[in-house]
Ligand binder design. Structure first.
Ligand SMILES: NC(=O)c1ccc[n+]([C@@H]2O[C@H](COP(=O)([O-])OP(=O)(O)OC[C@H]3O[C@@H](n4cnc5c(N)ncnc54)[C@H](OP(=O)(O)O)[C@@H]3O)[C@@H](O)[C@H]2O)c1
Length: 207
């Protein structure tokens, strides 16, 4: 699959390594431009192509948005419209600035990303600390395999994202729809950054 990743920090670059490592074609962007991503690309044997954000969005059959939530208005909305987009972003008011709608829990950061871009958003990879995402992938059935929660309104899109999660060594656990389900794995929730098996995560999300 062609995957465009917007955001080349801890999560974006970790996902680029994983996805390129299992044979996907990856294009990756940051805010400063592709010339600043040559080192990262070289570290992944050139298999993640540095591009501008709009190009990453166009390139991907699926896109990943992994930037500070406070910067989502900078995203290439036209290129992301109707595309399956994995949202790894979390809202941290001290970093992102206060958003009264989120502070009062009238909506969620992922629903605001969907409203800002028109993308088919699946929230995933937001609830695992990046070093665990980098290091703790394990084969299917392994006793220490960790779970990753995801949420979204499109079952087909969630199935695609669940496949990616499995293929890089984790167990996907569906938390539900983008709003209600997403709230169950955002900062402050019981499963956020928790190191859990799929059974443990299911119990916390749905028990
Ligand atoms: N760190 C974690 O353990 C963790 C875990 C789960 C989820 N998250 C969430 O996932 C998101 C990314 O986290 P991170 O830790 O990977 O962040 P990070 O290391 O600070 O990296 C952020 C990346 O976003 C890029 N960026 C910012 N604005 C952009 C724009 N308008 N267009 C394109 N790229 C842009 C930055 O590029 P420049 O450097 O060029 O500005 C940088 O590559 C955040 O919302 C975070 O809360 C983090």
């Amino acid at each position: 699959m062609r995957i465009g990743i917007i955001g080349a920090g801890r999560i974006g670059s970790t996902l680029a390594r994983h996805f390129a490592g299992i044979g996907h074609e990856v294009a990756i962007a940051n805010s400063r431009g592709p010339e600043t991503l040559q080192d990262l690309s070289a570290q992944i044997d050139g298999s993640a192509r540095p591009v501008h954000a709009a190009e990453a969005a166009r390139f991907g059959q699926l896109a990943v948005v992994s930037i500070p939530y406070g910067r989502i208005d900078e995203l290439p909305a036209a290129e992301l419209r109707d595309k399956v987009v994995i949202d790894t972003c979390n809202y941290y008011p001290d970093r992102d600035g206060h958003d009264p709608e989120l502070d009062e829990d009238r909506t969620t950061s992922s629903e605001k990303l969907r409203a800002a871009t028109g993308a088919n958003v699946v929230k995933a990879f937001n609830a695992m600390y990046w070093e665990n995402l980098r290091d703790r992938g394990r084969p299917k059935g392994h006793a220490e395999r960790l779970a990753i929660p995801l949420s979204g309104d499109d079952e087909e899109a969630k199935a695609v994202v669940s496949g990616l999660i499995r293929d890089i060594g984790f167990d996907p656990v569906d938390a539900g729809r983008l709003g209600g389900g997403g709230r169950k794995h955002q900062p402050g929730s019981a499963v956020y950054t928790a190191e859990l098996s799929a059974a443990q995560m299911n119990a916390l999300l749905h028990g």
